[in-house]
Design a protein around this ligand. Structure first.
Ligand code: ADP
Ligand code: MG
Length: 703
């Protein structure tokens, strides 16, 4: 494999060749060269173009081979059909890193797809790292490297950004320049034939100039690898990603509940959550979070103090705090009396602290400072509206002073338009993140609190259960030998048993008499179910009867069940009828798994029963996961209070559910051939009494 960390040549090249440099202003090959020589980069810049002697006052070379000195980085802007031969030449010249700006690859139809495949092969053969193709390029502000065709370069800062979309990147750069947001590195990786999100995470993991990593991605090539690297990097610095649609679970028809409820959104949410990646839901939120993390330290807890010069916005901020699962700090009595002695009598001395509409900068800053000193306050949100007496700029100045003197995060919300422009720019320069509306400030703070909690959590504890894998292999081989990939209850329960699940006592009866004998052996009441590899939803065709109380009922049910099966599924091969122990008490939950094309096995939990697909009250994790996440999956669903025992009911055996989830996690990790499975229902008794897998189905891959 290629050197996966060594992107040093990319960010700190001593010399750069622009292959396809153009004499014509407005052409990409011209703009890049212009950016390269006008952004303060001090290394050598070599324009390459066989049809020019000089461009922008620089000597031009007919090909990279003609360049006398060494070249660390090649920027390739030639038309797509010429890219492969240019890359080949770069390899010959000993160049190790190339940015392919040119479009006309994967995004451009079959010919482009083939060209991209060849580019990948070539890169591997030449041991050359490639960024792109079809991208905007790369920037590094610390050395003035601007190998992009963007208009301008943002100022220096601590945020590094990766973007799959070049067009979005141009907008982001433009906007960042206007807003005064600083960057360390900026990479548009386009089609990502070689360098992608995982490589960039690795490259920035130890980069002292990067304290926050932000990304826009549309998809990932290797989900598990991304999770592994992202988990490690997130523990060191925040990784904030906005993921847009683009990829979908694929065309495979889903037949399980889990399969129909999953999908790539759920998978990304689960994966990001498990590896500490902060998911932004829009580009706006991406930057709301980026500046918060880049400018302020993490809060120690969730207790927020709000300072405001206006009642309404203060209440809105308070609502936002509750909604974001932060808490309004209960102020220390000393704080309240300090506020009382320093503020006008009509002020509100309790959180949210209202210093009144006529507050000048002095009074507002006194309030903010007093809040920051309260031991019960972990962070301050400062909400200012432009009223007649308000001094926005002076207030910004003094607020920034107070923020600078405190280790607690301060977020500004200076609301308004022109009246706040100067103040907002000042706050930005002084590294106080500022937002036009309280909800956005509070949301950013909530993400900071969540991230610092995630960092402090102990690692998830993976538990290993003993399993009879041979029995599972036999069950799968048997189904395949019969040309099937679906295992119904009778077969799936063997697999579950092999992993230690409790299943109800069951016997397969071939006649009504036999069924009645089995029922007597089990003890009434019993359950009867039709067993056929072709009938996967038994109750849909009247193939399940519960609460059968005597022999007569058994024989009646037997005949009726066969009759119905023959009518509703005339081609189904009937194996017989299960006579089954009736599990009387307990809540019905569903456990399942499906395979996500990006992240692999995805495990689901929810309350069972017929409404699971309607209510969608389910949670997901990427397997394998440990105890912590098993418990969180259970707590996450809206109906979790029912399991904890609502209205005086006995609480359910949460430990048994958690163990069951862990077993499923292990099972689908051990057997990647399990494409989908549902245990529906798992009947869960009261605390300490365990759980029984009453029904299950498994779909395996064909080989
Ligand atoms: P289906 O193939 O229709 O999903 P199930 O085996 O899940 O068939 O049975 C349908 C419902 O009948 C279950 O959701 C559960 O409520 C009930 N049931 C099935 N088997 C048992 C049993 N052994 N004990 C108690 N209830 C059962
Ligand atoms: Mg079922």
């Amino acid at each position: 494999m290629l050197d996966t960390v060594g992107l040093q040549q990319l960010f700190e090249p001593r010399s750069v060749a622009i292959i396809g440099a153009s004499t014509k202003p407005g052409k990409v090959g011209h703009d890049i060269l212009h950016n390269m020589i006008s952004s303060g980069y001090e290394g050598e810049v070599y324009p390459v173009n066989p049809h020019a002697d000089q461009i922008l006052g620089r000597k031009c070379y007919p090909s990279v081979r003609e360049i006398g000195g060494e070249v660390d980085l090649a920027v390739i802007v030639v038309p797509a059909p010429a890219v492969l031969s240019v890359v080949e030449e770069c390899g010959g010249k000993g160049i190790s890193t190339a940015i392919v700006i040119s479009a006309g690859f994967k995004e451009a139809g079959p010919e482009g797809i083939e060209r991209e495949r060849q580019l990948a092969d070539l890169a591997r053969r030449l041991n050359l790292r490639i960024i792109g193709p079809n991208c905007l390029g790369v920037m590094s502000t610390s050395n003035g490297l601007n190998a992009t065709f963007a208009h301008g370069m943002p100022k220096r800062g601590n945020v590094s950004l990766m973007s799959q979309s070049g067009a979005l990147a141009t907008a982001i750069i433009d906007w960042s320049i206007q807003q005064g947001i600083g960057y360390s590195k900026f990479v548009s990786f386009g089609n990502g034939v070689d360098v992608g999100p995982v490589d960039l995470l690795r490259a920035w993991e130890e980069d002292p100039e990067t304290t926050v990593i932000v990304g826009y991605i549309e998809g990932l090539r290797d989900g598990p690898e991304f999770m592994e690297v992202a988990r490690r990097v997130s523990a060191k610095k925040p990784v904030i990603i906005v993921k847009s649609g683009g990829t979908q679970a694929g065309a495979r028809a889903v037949s399980s509940h889990t399969g129909s409820l999953a999908g790539s959104e759920r998978a990304y949410n689960a994966a990001f959550l498990q590896c500490g990646v902060i998911r932004a839901h829009s580009v706006e939120e991406l930057f709301d979070l980026a500046i918060a993390f880049a400018y302020q330290g993490a809060p120690r807890g969730r207790r927020v103090g709000i300072i405001t010069n206006a009642g309404g916005p203060g209440i809105m901020a308070t609502d936002a705090v509750e909604r974001a699962e932060l808490r309004m700090a209960g102020l220390d009595p000393a704080t309240v009396s300090a506020l009382r002695s320093g503020l006008p009598a009509a002020s509100n001395f309790y959180n949210p602290v209202d210093v009144l509409g006529d507050a000048d900068a002095e009074r507002f800053a006194f309030g903010a400072d007093t809040l920051l000193k309260d031991p019960n306050v972990d962070a301050v949100v400062a909400v200012l509206t432009p009223q007649a007496m308000t001094q926005p700029k002076e207030t910004a100045q003094k607020l920034a002073d107070a923020a600078g003197a405190s280790h607690k995060p301060v977020l500004g919300c200076f609301m308004g338009g022109d009246a706040m422009t100067e103040a907002a720019a000042l706050l930005n320069d002084r590294k106080v993140p500022n937002y036009p509306f309280p909800e956005r400030a509070v949301q950013a703070l909530a993400n900071m609190a969540q991230y610092s909690e995630w960092k402090q959590e102990p690692p998830d504890e993976i538990v290993v259960f003993t399993a009879d894998k041979e029995a599972v292999r036999r069950a799968f081989a048997q189904a395949r030998a019969e040309g099937r990939v679906n295992l119904g209850e009778a077969e799936a329960r063997l697999v579950l048993q092999a992993y230690g699940f409790a299943v109800p006592e069951s016997y397969l009866a071939q006649s009504a008499e036999e069924a009645a004998d089995y029922a007597q052996k089990i003890g009434f009441p019993v359950v009867m179910k039709i067993i056929s590899p072709d009938i996967l939803h038994k109750s849909d065709i009247g193939g399940v009867r519960v609460g059968i109380n005597d022999r007569q009922e058994v024989t009646d049910a037997f005949d009726l069940m066969l009759l119905r099966a023959r009518r509703y599924a005339p081609d189904a091969a009937i194996r017989g009828v299960f006579v089954q122990e009736m599990v009387r008490s307990g809540r019905e939950v569903i456990l399942g798994s499906t395979r996500d094309p990006q992240f692999g096995p995805l495990v689901m939990f929810g309350l069972g029963g017929i409404y699971v697909e309607v209510l969608k009250d389910v949670s997901f994790r990427v397997a394998p996961f440990g105890k912590k996440h098993a418990h969180r999956m259970i707590e996450e669903i809206r109906s979790a209070p029912l399991l904890r025992g609502a209205r005086g009911e006995r609480p359910s055996d949460i430990e048994a559910i958690a163990d069951s989830l862990l077993i499923v996690s292990q099972m689908v990790t051990d057997f990647p051939e399990i494409v989908e499975m549902d245990i529906n229902p798992l009947k869960v008794g009261g605390a300490g009494s365990g759980a029984v897998a009453v029904d299950a189905r498994i779909t395996i891959s064909e080989d």
